[in-house]
Design a protein around this ligand. Structure first.
Ligand code: HEC
Length: 741
């Protein structure tokens, strides 16, 4: 949001001491009785500064400025017209069909005030009482961004003609991943930019598709990128408009950019009457806090049924999706092109009640927007989300790009149509230790797509991947095989099949699938990486080494391959060679988990706990819930004489794996070592509840009770250990050592 300062009417009336003895309520009441002269300074400027000047300022999206009394005076009657008809401020959703943040809608009272002001001759009033006009400048609103990406070659927009939709590719230039908490766009000529979408192309697929022209920008209204959907694979709405120049993510929901990613800046440009050279900068603001909340974008759509006869003024398409889990809906993005007329989205709850998500009675593509809810809209599992769009392909539709109307189908050009409703949801009430709940959404969504269109291979591929993610490997493998009967030469599907087979335990078949994938696409490193990993798993270390080395000749900047090679070399007993490979991995990617973990482990073994601590702490940052890393870290702390820190790590480990009896027992021992006997006893009791047959555990508990002077309990513990293992020598000796009552 721009930092706009204004004084709201409510605040303002309080600031007139002694004028209204009963405060603001009196002002409202009086103004309604029309006894009070409405002035610019007192009532109108606050309304205009709050609702109009974000666009109506010099260089803004509106055609003229409304910043000064004089500006407004010249437009007064027109302001009455456009506010009474609710043409301004532009706001498509009908009130009462979803409560949106940043709702831009004047109250009836505000509209009436504008009317009265004009009827009274537009008096200025006491200008010392007028709020200061908001300031707009064309610099970064949030200060200098952490990273600025600039469009490679400026683009020439002609003076007239239809709107232009152009995609500029911005390669992410850094060697490290970053989380982005806010994004800002500075177009060189903001007044001709209608809006922008920012897409993340994880595999730089769009650039590869246009190797010779990408620097000039590629035309097109929507586009497909590989490994993701058409809008935003990272599940964020990265939608920018001139009146909201900063897009700030919600707390806990930054988005991520990795080395090798491209950003695609999709710009909607409007010719201004003179030729303009336009370029743009995208400013990104980083955060060191990784995402803790993971929203997802779901899409309802019915593009296949979009085949609108010329002249048809009421063409309806619909879609619906049943939600398999509880979600909070955070926002929606309805999207159609010029023929869209009435756009509706709602949910039917399991109790059959209807909850509106949005209703746009008069669609206008030029006013499209993301709509975020003021409060998240909770939808319990079993709810069905619906979309229903009506299109008008008659000549009565003033937006119809075809005169006379022609048959229109789905497509990417602005003369084609679209029927999309994107819904951003956040899974809630997620059971602990379960799979990523978004996989269940993905599964439901892709199954639904396949129901609509059994030939939708992208949906089948995504479904198989979701099933694999959910641990349903054999079903996933079946679906991958189904895909392969139609596309037997698809190396990526073969590779995914291999992974599903490997995870499902069929290593032999996995091996075959990887080899087939490699044979089909020798230059593609993924399958070779997996094959090498499979060799490590089967302790075929020499063969793994060879595979990793072959892969590195093709993909020499792959940190994962270096650390994989390191693991293979450890397996072959060559630790010092392994160490060198891990170090190379870290040079390429300082956050490479496997390299950090193994180097840390090696430092523990060679008695360098302090170095190990540094490495393992970085590893724990990458994977906070990795149990092994926490255990190793505790060990390194213990080794370096920091039992308090070791305890912290073990407690963390116990939090990650509360059902691990050995961990509780270990924690108990370390607690005892730092003199915290009562806590040690508590932990040991937890361990024994999980593992009641553990004679050593009972013996340890007895020792702890004895230390606390509880001889009776200690005796019972030792006797319990001896009942479980009659020959337990320590328990026998401990029992003998106990003082007689
Ligand atoms: C989100 C940006 C935006 C906001 C906010 C906005 N306007 Fe506009 N306004 C525009 C644009 C853009 C146009 C040009 C017409 C169009 O494209 O719809 C326009 C046109 C107008 C016109 C000329 C209408 C015509 O028939 O040519 C008037 C008068 C006007 N606005 C008044 C207002 C007033 C009063 C407010 C606040 C109550 C307001 N606008 C808020 C963007 C905005």
């Amino acid at each position: 949001m721009r930092s706009v300062r204004f004084i709201s009417p409510a605040l303002f009336c309080i600031a007139i001491p002694g004028f209204w003895h009963t405060g603001c309520a009196a002002q409202a009441a009086k103004s309604q009785t029309a006894e009070l002269a409405v002035t610019w300074s007192l009532q109108i400027a606050p309304i205009v500064y709050h609702n109009c000047t974000t666009c109506h300022h010099p260089g803004g999206g509106g055609p003229f400025s409304l910043l000064s009394y004089r500006d407004a005076w010249r437009r007064g009657p027109q302001m009455v017209q456009v506010t009474q008809s609710r043409f301004m401020p532009p706001w498509l959703p009908a009130p009462g069909y979803g409560e949106f943040a940043d709702t831009r809608r004047l109250s009836d009272r505000e509209i009436e005030l504008i009317r009265k002001w004009v009827a009274a001759g537009m008096p200025e009033g006491d200008r010392t009482q007028a709020p200061p006009p908001p300031r707009f400048d064309t610099t970064w609103q949030m200060g200098k961004p952490d990273l600025i990406l600039t469009v490679e070659r400026p683009y020439m927009l002609y003076a007239s003609g239809t709107d232009v939709f152009r995609n500029f590719i911005l390669p992410y230039p850094l060697a490290q991943s970053h989380y982005i908490r806010a994004m800002e766009i500075l177009p060189s000529v903001p007044s001709i930019v209608h809006h922008c979408n920012l897409l993340i192309d994880r595999t730089a697929s769009f650039r590869r598709l246009h190797p010779n022209h990408w620097k000039d920008g590629i035309p097109g209204m929507e586009l497909e990128v590989d490994a993701g959907n058409t809008f935003d694979p990272d599940s964020h709405f990265l939608f920018w408009k001139p009146d909201t120049p900063v897009v700030v993510e919600r707390k806990g929901m930054p988005w991520r950019l990795d080395p090798g990613n491209d950003l695609i800046l999709n710009m909607h440009l409007k010719p201004s009457g003179k030729p303009e050279i336009i370029s743009a900068q995208v400013g990104l603001y980083f955060t060191s806090q990784p995402a803790t909340l993971h929203p997802m974008l779901l899409q309802l759509e019915d593009d296949r049924d979009l085949d609108i006869p010329a002249g048809d003024s009421h063409f309806v398409v619909q879609d619906e999706l049943k939600l398999p889990i509880d979600v909070d809906v955070l926002g929606v993005y309805p999207h159609a092109h010029y023929l869209g007329k009435e756009l509706e989205g709602w949910a039917t709850l399991p109790n059959a009640s209807k909850k509106w998500l949005i209703r746009i009675p008069n669609w206008d593509i030029d006013r499209q927007s993301i709509y975020e809810y003021r409060e998240p809209v909770f939808l319990p599992r079993g709810s069905v989300v619906h979309m229903r769009y009506v299109y008008d392909n008659s000549e009565d539709n003033v937006h119809n790009p075809n005169d006379p109307p022609i048959r229109v189908r789905a497509g990417n050009r602005s003369v084609d149509e679209m029927a999309h409703l994107w819904i951003q949801v956040l899974p809630v009430n997620v059971p602990k230790n379960g799979p990523d709940p978004r996989l269940l959404l993905e599964q439901a969504w892709m199954e639904h797509r396949l129901n609509k269109n059994p030939g939708d291979f992208i949906a089948l591929y995504n479904l198989a991947s979701a099933l694999a993610g959910l641990g349903r490997y054999s079903q996933a493998a079946d679906d991958y095989r189904k895909l392969l009967t139609a596309h037997p030469d698809d190396a990526r599907t073969l590779n995914s099949l291999g992974a599903a087979l490997e995870n499902g335990g069929d290593l032999q078949a996995a091996n075959g699938a990887y080899e087939q994938a490699i044979a089909l696409a020798p230059g593609d490193c993924d399958a070779r990486f997996n094959l090498a990993g499979l060799d490590v798993k089967r302790s075929l270390f020499a063969s793994a080494e060879e595979e990793f080395r072959t892969m590195l000749r093709r993909c020499p900047a792959d940190a994962g391959a270096y650390s994989g090679l390191g693991v293979a070399l450890i397996g072959e007993g060559n630790s010092s060679a392994a160490q060198a490979q891990f170090q190379r991995a870290l040079q390429l990617d300082p956050n490479n988990f496997s390299a950090l973990y193994h180097l840390g482990q090696m430092d523990i073994e060679s008695g360098e706990p302090d170095r190990a601590i540094d490495l393992l702490q970085s590893a724990a940052q990458q994977r906070p819930d990795d149990l092994d890393t926490r255990e190793r870290l505790a060990m390194a702390f213990a080794q370096s004489g920091r039992p308090g820190d070791a305890l912290t790590q073990l407690k963390e480990a116990v939090r990650i794996a509360p059902g691990d009896a050995d961990l509780h027992a270990l924690l108990s021992q370390v607690l005892a070592g730092t003199g915290q006997f009562q806590q040690a006893i508590d932990e040991q009791n937890v361990a024994l509840r999980l593992q009641p047959e553990d004679a050593d555990g009972w013996n340890n508990l007895g020792v702890l009770h004895a230390r606390m002077g509880n001889t009776a309990a200690a005796r019972a513990d030792f006797q319990h250990a001896l009942e479980l293992v009659p020959g337990h020598a320590q328990a026998r000796a401990n029992l003998a050592r106990l003082p007689r009552q």
